[in-house]
Design a protein around this ligand. Structure first.
Ligand SMILES: Cc1cc2nc3c(=O)[nH]c(=O)nc-3n(C[C@H](O)[C@H](O)[C@H](O)COP(=O)(O)O)c2cc1C
Length: 361
């Protein structure tokens, strides 16, 4: 059982939703990279629940960087970030019944009943706060190298945002948004869908669309560590993610080659693409164009509406109308988590190719 992702730059997560703390260990970083704690705080604020469209669990995420940073710069040793838990309500998880769509039953079988099930334990979306804290350090380091990652909500409950147009301008629009949409009016309609699902003791899902800008040509290894398989691995590690596609993804299946191929041309010595149907990846390797990836996020599994399930540990048939505080929609809160996991993957592949000190050069 491993809880670590990455080869050159690795991320390990620890903790449980209702334990004393959660956290991340980020390893493989070069020494001498500036760490701005205000930026970490800012990124955490983008994931934090807010208003009537999110859970009422309040977490201020007062993180502590325990190691690996000295005088505002990385030291080259493992960076351990700890985030204490505070606003927990474990009573909501008794008596035990497996929440349909959540990890309760699978974890019970895999860990033989020894798992800390309170609030979903290690499987809680709460752990993504640690991903975001570590991701902030990676995103800032990548930005220094001219590589930017950004995500908007492409769709919630069938309501669509406008597509990316000018990547640089759109990234600037999304930078500080905790509900990152390019068309605010569409964003309000999405929020209405979330509110009405919540009023009906239900939940909704949606799609995130991310872009990586500034990635040089040649990133990604053929086959097993291809750019696509590496980013997909990272995105599927986010709880509630059930689909990942690059460029036009599944829609490519209905296109002809003459439509789907990205025509190429040489502009002053640089090879460019006329379109982005392949998401900027040929043969698992970046071609110097924007990387585009869409991530499907399922409706929140825990809902107050009664559903059929089994009790734990007895496995007797029962019903559950979940108590506890839950997000009626996860999509908007997962956007900054997607940015973080994509950044981690891209940084890992860049360092694998160019060596540890490339990051600070
Ligand atoms: C930011 C974030 C917040 C989440 N909040 C909740 C929640 O309040 N209630 C819930 O049931 N699931 C929530 N989830 C999703 C569960 O953690 C996830 O569905 C569960 O661990 C099962 O994993 P799977 O959906 O990948 O199969 C959240 C996920 C993320 C990324």
């Amino acid at each position: 059982m491993r809880n670590t992702i990455g080869k050159s730059i690795t991320l390990t997560l620890y903790g449980e939703s209702h334990g004393s703390s959660i956290g991340a260990v980020l390893d493989g970083f070069a020494a001498g990279i500036r760490v701005d704690e205000d930026f970490v705080r800012h990124q955490l604020s983008l994931r934090r629940p807010a208003g009537d469209i999110s859970t009422t669990r309040v977490e201020s995420d007062p993180f502590v960087i325990e190691s690996g940073v000295f005088g505002g710069f990385t030291t080259g040793t493992p960076i351990c970030i700890r985030i204490p838990n505070s606003d927990t309500s474990s009573i909501d998880y008794e008596p035990r019944a497996a929440r349909p769509g959540h990890a309760d039953f699978a974890a019970f079988c895999k860990y033989h009943g020894f798992e800390d099930y309170r609030g979903g334990g290690h499987f809680s979306g709460r752990l993504t706060a640690a991903i975001v804290a570590a991701g902030a350090i990676v995103l800032a380091a990548l930005a220094q190298k001219g590589v930017y990652v950004s995500t908007h909500i492409a769709e919630i409950a069938g309501v669509k945002d406008r597509a990316f147009a000018d990547y640089q301008e759109d990234i600037a629009i999304l930078k500080d948004m905790s509900f990152p949409v390019l068309d605010r009016a569409q964003g309000e309609k999405m929020k209405e869908k979330i509110r009405s699902a919540k009023a009906e003791s239900d939940s909704v899902g949606g799609i995130l669309e991310s872009v990586v800008l500034g990635l040089p040509v040649g990133v990604g290894e053929p086959a097993f560590d291809s750019l696509e398989s590496s980013i997909a691995h990272a995105l599927f590690s986010i709880p509630a993610v059930k689909g990942v596609e690059f460029g036009n993804g599944f829609a490519l299946a209905a296109m002809r080659g003459s439509e789907s191929n990205d025509a190429m041309y040489n502009e002053n010595g640089t090879v460019k693409l006329k379109s982005g149907h392949m998401g900027g990846i040929f043969g698992g390797i970046s071609v110097g164009a924007p990387i585009t990836v869409r991530t499907a996020v399922k409706p929140t599994p825990t809902i107050a509406r009664e559903q059929q399930t089994v009790s734990l540990p007895s496995l007797e048939n029962t019903t559950l109308a979940a108590k506890g505080r839950h997000d009626p929609c996860i999509v908007h809160r997962a956007a900054v988590v997607a940015d973080s996991m994509i950044a981690l993957t891209v940084a890992d592949l860049l360092v694998l190719q160019n060596g540890t000190d490339w990051m600070k050069a």
